[in-house]
Write a protein that binds this ligand. Structure first.
Ligand code: HPA
Ligand code: ZN
Length: 335
């Protein structure tokens, strides 16, 4: 059966790799800038959107960190979360696991508690209003020091019950996972679930490091694994999930076009692949736009879409009861 656009829309979606700061749409950026009296170096929403023409990860991150400056108050973080959840509701996204970058905010004088309390309030409101379940994952910025990461972990301690996991993001090349071995050991000792970006622009060896030194249970991106057959075999045997972000990979020139993406190779190898939007406001869309672009370029089967969704449910940090409910929603698409 060839999947129709209606089928793609109807699939219950589980998003495991989305940076909340990357869901800041230009319109909201401008309205928060105005509310907080901040000058943006762009005349209009259109001028800002036109700047979203990236040559690599760093060229994106420079704009992403600049954009985050408009986030100042707890209410700003509530509004950011609710704007994202409104899109989720429209696209039948039912469960989300959200990255946030505390250091992006604490480094410019915003209190940790402003960030976590705003995000938690926003996602709780979305859960009540839309029934979208969520988990929050604190990410260390890998271009900063390990001491800064450890300090961030300390700041998180009073909010331990609001944070499910710890991850690693930002500039990958030159900042290998091994740099954060102590910080991840400390997070593990506190019972956090562990993930890390690895093998987006960096080599397969960074994926090995994330698994062996940081002991993460999911790899974010991980597309570079196909450079190393022994690594692919290990990932398959250990059923390690990969959170793949197709639009992101094309926008950041990891692959020239969607047709060149190695998603099918990953699926054919038996890897536990999931699809995600990464930074939807910067990369041309949310979950459904990723699904549509993948389908247009790579023509997956209904069975593959079912597999991708089942993988995401299984790979999620949701409770067993929540996972069972999500599986039921998935099965209903095939009645
Ligand atoms: O795609 C990404 N990679 C690394 N760091 C990030 N921070 C936001 N998005 C990304
Ligand atoms: Zn990411």
């Amino acid at each position: 059966m060839t999947p129709t656009p209606k089928f793609l829309k109807s699939l219950p979606k589980i998003e495991l790799h989305m940076h909340i700061e990357g869901s800041l749409e230009p319109e909201l950026m401008f309205s928060l800038a105005q509310r907080n009296g901040i000058d943006l170096p762009y005349d209009s929403v259109d001028a800002l959107r036109q700047a979203y023409d990236f040559s690599n990860l760093q060229s994106f991150l420079d704009l992403y960190y600049q954009g985050a400056n408009v986030l100042q108050t707890e209410q700003d973080f509530v509004d950011l979360a609710m704007a994202y959840l409104g899109r989720c509701q429209q696209q039948n996204v039912r469960h989300v696991e959200i990255f946030f970058d505390p250091q992006t905010h604490t480094e410019r004088g915003i209190a940790f508690e402003t960030v976590i309390n705003g995000l938690h309030r926003g996602f709780m409101q979305g859960k009540k209003q839309y029934g979208i379940s969520f988990e929050l994952i604190l990410c260390f910025l890998r271009h900063l020091s390990e001491d800064s990461a450890l300090n961030t972990l300390e700041q998180a301690q009073p909010f331990r019950d609001k944070i499910t996991g710890v991850g690693l993001d930002s500039s990958e090349l030159g900042h290998p996972p091994e740099k954060f071995e102590r910080a991840f050991a400390a997070a593990r000792a506190q019972g956090y679930r562990l993930v890390a970006h690895a093998g987006e622009e960096g080599p397969a060896d960074y994926i090995w490091q994330a698994l062996q030194l940081l002991q993460v249970e999911r790899i974010d991106h991980g597309v570079a694994c196909t450079e190393d057959p022994a690594l692919v075999q290990y990932l398959v045997e250990q059923r390690i999930p990969l959170t793949i972000c197709p639009n992101s990979n094309v926008r950041l020139r990891v692959f020239d076009t969607m047709a060149d993406h190695n998603l099918r190779e990953l699926l054919d190898a038996g890897l536990k692949v999931t699809l995600n939007s990464d930074d939807p406001a910067y990369f041309g869309g949310y979950m459904l736009e990723n699904y549509q672009n993948v389908q247009n370029a790579l023509s997956l089967t209904q069975a593959q879409w079912m597999q991708l969704t089942a993988n995401a449910i299984d790979a999620s940090f949701a409770s067993d009861g929540r996972k069972a409910a999500l599986y039921q929603q998935l099965m209903a698409c095939f009645d």
